[in-house]
Design a protein. Sequence first.
Length: 464
Amino acid sequence: MKKAFGMAVIVLIAGVVTPCAFTQEIEPIWEFLNTSGNSPVEILKVQDGYPFDNTWFQGDSPTDSFSGLKRYDDQRLLLGIRENGIVEGAEGADEALAAEYPDRSLIWIDPATGQPMGIALVVGIAPYPLSDAYVAGGGTPDSYYFKWGVSEDGVIFVGYKNMILRYAPDGQGGFEEPAVAFEVPADGIDGSGGAQYYSWRWGDVEVMGSGADTVIFAGGKTWREGHGFRKLVTDDGVNFTQTFYVPNGYGNASGGASKIIVHGGVNLDPVLYASTYPGSDGGTGTTFYRWYDFETEAVKDAELWEAQKYSAEDMESLGLDPNNVYRTSFISDMDSADGLQYVIAYSTPSWNSYGANGGVFAPGWLAVHDVSGQEEKDGKIISYYKINTTEDTELYDLGATDDQGNPAATSEWHGTQGEIDVHVPSTAAEGACEILWEGGIYGYGRYVIGDIGEPVSVSEWSLF
């Protein structure tokens, strides 16, 4: 069994240095990293020392990037291809490989092996016309996050600019043409549009239920004004309206937010977690905040837990190895599921280390945090697993040096936009789950905690 550690981790929780006990450990079924060289999805690779191209991932970037790994049914997963890393039309471009993994597409993945099984849906760079009002205000098709979710009846919902598009199954193994399920108007509904409305980007699209009972939780996962989280409901399964809005920076949280976790832990349904890094803490620590009331504008639980983001000086003075210490460089996502008394946090490999982290290139982590509601346990770390790749495998060469003579470089921002999905099949033992991870530029994998049993039909999965 692959271990996530070579020594006991020390984490600062509520001001107390506490050694962590390891009980519910994360084990990989399969994992493919940009550095592993064994990915069956052939476009996953290291891009070392390439120049900053500023293409905004519009189908012409040399950087491969992914967007979501989610279960579709008992036989198939879906992997989002945001960018295939092939500049189509350029000299020497592998056009055949590009055709296997089109930009902005979803690929079927075998749950048992991680092998690709063909194209499920090509969304494309500009899948739907923008409204006249959006274009008149300065909106363009450029630079949208490719985020998506799946309902229990197999409908795919994709965030595109200020819209959420709906792709219904066509009954022949494919999907119908897109229709607009929801659109954020210029005023954002109740003033939640914000000054940056025309540079809209959905950072997360989570879907539960089916048909007229479908509910969408979608948010910006960004600090842009008005790009908070929304609860969307429908009467017909086709057209959606907003019923509640959670602004960014709720309570004392000012950093990146998780997806909205619809199930899991202390009977909170739904839950949104957010942190302070890098919004306000200067990169020195991360405190997590939890919002779990989507009917009234109130933060029910302010500070949940605190975990130290060690600096290089901290590590040296404590004798710690950054490659073997769970440190919260950038919490990209969190998730849980029905019946679980814990959440999984995904802390990405460090980002912009030359500028923010003192040159410490640290790996990513999947960490299990207690959310049982017991005061002495809530938020504490149960176990963790290392995503063993670092940002210096893929650095932009900015063609300059800093004041200390170090190369001026930064890692791709999309490396902070990874995602995890946690599921509990009906055959799982108590407390067991499946974890699906997608790491932006770093790879994808499938993991378990405990015994999940054999796969079951989609209706029996706690999908979201």
